[in-house]
Design a protein around this ligand. Structure first.
Ligand SMILES: C[S@@+](CC[C@H](N)C(=O)[O-])C[C@H]1O[C@@H](n2cnc3c(N)ncnc32)[C@H](O)[C@@H]1O
Length: 256
C-alpha cells in the first residue's frame, strides 16, 4: 500500500531542495569540494550520499584495496560524488549513469575537478539503456529513489525521479536486469531506506528471482526532515537459488 504522506513529503523535499536559498553551487563532502549544477540531487540536504560512500568503504582512512582493472557502475550518479570516490579509491573503469542529463554533466564536471576523467565515463541512461551490451562490472551500485509513488503519478520534472519511483517500476527493472551487467564474480548493490516500502521491494525481488541480502545498515537522524530517524540499508542482490544461508541477517549496524 502506498504511504501517501511519504510520497507527498518526498515531492515537497524535491521541490524545496531546488528552491532553497542556501542551495550551494559548490559543496564540501568527503573532505573535498564538489560542483552542484541546477536540477541535480543535492547531497547537502540529505545524508544519503555520505552514507553511500561510507557503506562502500570509499572514504575510510585506508579504503579496502581494489583489484587492478576493477570496474564500477553507478546507476543514478547525481552530482557524481560516489562514482568519483570509486575512481579515487582505485577502480580503473567507472561509469556514472543517470536519467537526468544535468546529472550526467555534473558527474563529468566533478570527475574533471578531481582528475579522474581518464577513468570515469558519464552516461545518460535510463538504468542500463545507455551502456554497450557487452559491458560488465565488478560492482553495480544504485542509491535509489526508494520512496514508492502511485503507479499513475506523472513526474513533473526529472528531478522528482531522484526521490520517488512510480509503482517501483525502476526498482523492478533494476532487480530483473542487473545480473546481466555483472562480471562472473561481480556484486549488485542497492542502497535503500525505511522511507521506502521494504515489503514491496522484497516481493518484487522474489517475483524477479532475486533475494535481498543485508550487508550494512545505519540509523541516522535527519535534521533537515524534522529530526526523523531513518534507517539506511545496503543490500546485495543475489539470485534466489543461491540459498538463504548466504544472507547476512539484519542488524549488522554501523554508526554514522
Ligand atoms: C537519491 S538520488 C542519488 C544521487 C547520487 N547517487 C548521490 O548520492 O548524490 C537518485 C538518482 O537516481 C537517478 N535515477 C532515478 N531513476 C533513474 C533511472 N531509471 N535511471 C538512471 N538514473 C535514475 C536520479 O536522477 C538521481 O540522480
Amino acid at each position: 500500500m502506498i504511504q501517501t504522506q511519504r510520497f507527498v513529503r518526498s515531492l515537497q523535499r524535491s521541490r524545496m531542495s531546488l528552491e532553497r536559498e542556501d542551495r550551494p553551487e559548490v559543496f564540501a563532502l568527503c573532505g573535498r569540494e564538489w560542483d552542484l549544477l541546477d536540477e541535480v540531487f543535492a547531497p547537502v540536504f540529505c545524508p544519503s550520499t555520505a552514507i553511500a560512500v561510507d557503506f562502500l568503504g570509499l572514504d575510510g582512512p585506508v579504503p579496502p584495496p581494489v583489484p587492478r582493472g576493477a570496474s564500477f557502475l553507478e546507476i543514478g550518479c547525481g552530482s557524481g560524488v560516489t562514482a568519483v570516490m570509486a575512481a579515487l579509491a582505485g577502480y580503473d573503469h567507472v561509469v556514472a549513469a543517470d536519467i537526468s542529463p544535468r546529472a550526467v554533466e555534473n558527474a563529468a564536471v566533478n570527475a574533471e575537478r578531481h582528475g579522474v576523467e581518464d577513468r570515469l565515463r558519464a552516461v545518460h541512461s535510463d538504468l542500463f539503456s545507455g551502456l554497450a551490451s557487452d559491458e560488465r562490472f565488478d560492482v553495480v551500485f544504485w542509491s535509489s529513489n526508494y520512496v514508492l509513488a502511485p503507479e499513475d503519478y506523472q513526474y513533473q520534472s526529472v528531478h522528482e525521479r531522484a526521490y520517488v519511483d512510480t509503482g517501483y517500476r525502476a526498482h523492478r527493472r533494476f532487480l530483473e536486469q542487473v545480473p546481466h551487467w555483472l562480471t562472473p564474480t561481480g556484486s549488485a548493490l542497492l542502497h535503500f531506506s525505511d522511507r521506502g516500502d521494504l515489503v514491496e521491494l522484497d516481493r518484487i525481488a522474489g517475483q524477479s528471482g532475486r533475494e535481498l541480502s543485508l550487508l550494512r545498515s545505519v540509523r541516522v537522524k535527519e535534521p533537515e526532515y524534522g529530526g526523523d530517524v531513518v534507517e539506511h540499508m545496503l543490500f546485495e542482490i543475489r539470485a534466489a537459488d543461491r540459498g538463504a544461508g548466504a544472507s547476512v541477517p539484519r542488524g549488522s549496524v554501523i554508526t554514522a
